[in-house]
Design a protein around this ligand. Structure first.
Ligand code: ATP
Ligand code: MG
Length: 466
């Protein structure tokens, strides 16, 4: 198979051919680029495999393209530069040997076939020659094309060795399954399960990186279910693994919260790429196991799971090394995820709607997206009814908002004014009076405007000043 035509848009590759001639060596494009070219997926970066020094090649090639900034990592024997919209990565062909304690191998120079055999999956072993004599030829040592056609992720060698050498590959396998909607070969699932304890030598940063890629993919539930089924989840995210299982007592059983969570994440992923909104969906029921109770004649209850769940977010962010500036957002969504449901069920008052608007603030839209994704009933009639109810809640929200201008809600009488009228210096009392005015607005006793708030202040101030 030859890909000469498909390489035409990447005209800068001809300078790589000339560089290989100049250095009397050979160069190939390897891995993700070839896979994604065949699958017609967006190309992110181009990995070059050089027989010889990858860093020297990168420097000479960059010079031909008039690129000044080349990052060279001598210790790793790799180099990188950007050209137009592309990230170009360079490495010399290598042979690796692994120790038990670390996933970082000791590296020796190797041949083309040494290098190909240490790659993780057959679909990532595909190479395209950039050399003069066979430019564009595909080199498919491990039947990678076949596996792409069959949508199959498989190791080029015994998966027990592949995963044992570098257990991060287990996460990578799940990640590619999620991104490409591919199946894992049975041998991979079995090997992953057997070697799950090896995950402990992988750094948290790398685990989190792959985990987030799974969550950001088109089919996050594929990766989540593989992680759960192989026991990897228990090791890297025990709180999530803990959601699995169903308990039956008398005539009552509750739904499997892990499966429900996967469905919610899958639903939300169809409507948003916001990774933190997806993360909130993943964690919305995280405290159900801790709050689960069986109540005679009623069945299973999970009272307070939204509040306890919100309180678990920070420690999860810490352990997973996630960005702290997203904690508050995820906490808020977990804490509020039942509120709109409560409003959708009954005839709602303006006051309840106002409180929701103020609590959710600018994240109200995201909260409703989460709530809609949270509907996982199999009964389509019920689903439609619930969705319809959210429409009604949102319609109310727009009405009340329009009337009250509540998004950036604050008492229309500010602290300065309260201090002046009441002859107070800055103190706790000023805050209390301000809250009282805000409460009155939220309760609908007075309108959200300065005149009514001012009159209300005059009316109540003596109660506070005695
Ligand atoms: P993407 O860039 O979309 O993440 P990719 O396949 O290009 O996908 P990279 O992490 O960029 O993945 O790695 C480039 C290539 O290097 C892979 O295609 C694979 O051949 C090889 N590779 C990367 N990481 C590993 C690993 N942990 N074990 C073995 N081979 C790997
Ligand atoms: Mg890549």
């Amino acid at each position: 198979m030859n890909f000469d035509l498909q390489l035409k848009p990447y005209s800068f590759l001809s300078a790589a051919t000339e560089t290989a001639d100049e250095l009397k060596t050979q160069v190939f494009i390897i891995g993700g680029f070839v896979r994604d070219l065949i699958l017609n997926r967006k190309i992110s970066e181009i990995d070059f495999l050089v027989l010889g020094s990858g860093t020297e090649f990168a420097e000479r090639y960059a010079a031909r393209l008039n690129v000044k900034n080349v990052s060279v990592f001598r210790n790793f024997g790799t180099a990188h530069f950007r050209f137009k919209d592309h990230d170009l990565e360079f490495v010399g062909a290598r042979k690796e040997s692994y120790s038990r304690e670390s996933r970082k191998p000791s590296v020796l120079n190797g041949s083309f076939s040494d290098d190909i055999s240490r790659r993780d999956f057959t679909i990532n072993t595909l190479a395209l020659s950039l050399n003069h004599d066979d430019y564009g030829d595909l080199i498919d040592t491990y039947n990678g094309i076949n596996d792409i056609e069959n949508k199959l992720i498989k190791a080029p060698i015994d998966p027990l060795i592949t995963f044992d050498d570098d257990p991060l590959r287990i996460m990578r396998a799940f990640r590619f399954a999620s991104q490409l909607n591919f199946r894992l070969d049975d041998s991979m699932i079995e090997a992953a399960g057997q070697l799950k304890q090896r995950m402990r030598i992988v750094s948290q940063e790398r685990i989190t990186d792959e985990f987030l890629k799974i969550l950001a993919s088109d089919n996050p539930s594929i990766g989540l279910i593989h992680m759960n089924q192989t026991g990897i989840l228990e090791i890297i995210f025990p709180e999530l693994a803990n959601l699995g299982g169903v308990e039956q007592r008398k005539d009552f059983h509750h739904k499997d919260v892990f499966i429900h969570t996967c469905q919610v994440v899958e639903n939300i992923s169809k409507v948003t790429d916001n990774i933190w909104l997806r993360f909130a969906a993943l964690l919305h029921d995280i405290a159900k196991p801790q709050t689960k109770k069986f109540v005679e004649d009623t069945g299973w209850t999970f009272h307070g799971h939204e509040e306890l769940g919100a309180r678990m977010i920070k420690s999860i962010f810490k352990k997973m090394k996630l960005p702290f500036n997203k904690i508050e957002y995820v906490e808020k969504l977990v804490r509020l995820h039942l509120r709109p449901i409560a409003l959708a069920k009954e005839e709602v008052t303006d006051s309840a709607i106002r409180r929701l608007i103020v609590s959710a603030g600018e994240d109200l839209g995201d909260l409703i997206i989460l709530c809609r994704a949270d509907i996982t009933s199999k009964n389509q009639e019920k689903v439609n009814k619930y969705l319809d109810n959210y429409e009604k809640v949102m319609k109310k929200v727009w009405e009340v908002e329009d009337k009250d201008k509540l998004r950036a809600f604050q008492s229309p009488v500010n602290g300065e004014e309260i201090m002046q009228i009441c002859n107070l210096s800055p103190s706790k009392l000023v805050g209390e009076i301000k809250s009282a005015i805000e409460e009155a607005i939220l309760d609908g006793k007075i309108g959200n405007n300065h005149d009514e708030a001012f009159d209300y202040l005059i009316k109540i101030k003596d109660n506070y000043l005695k």
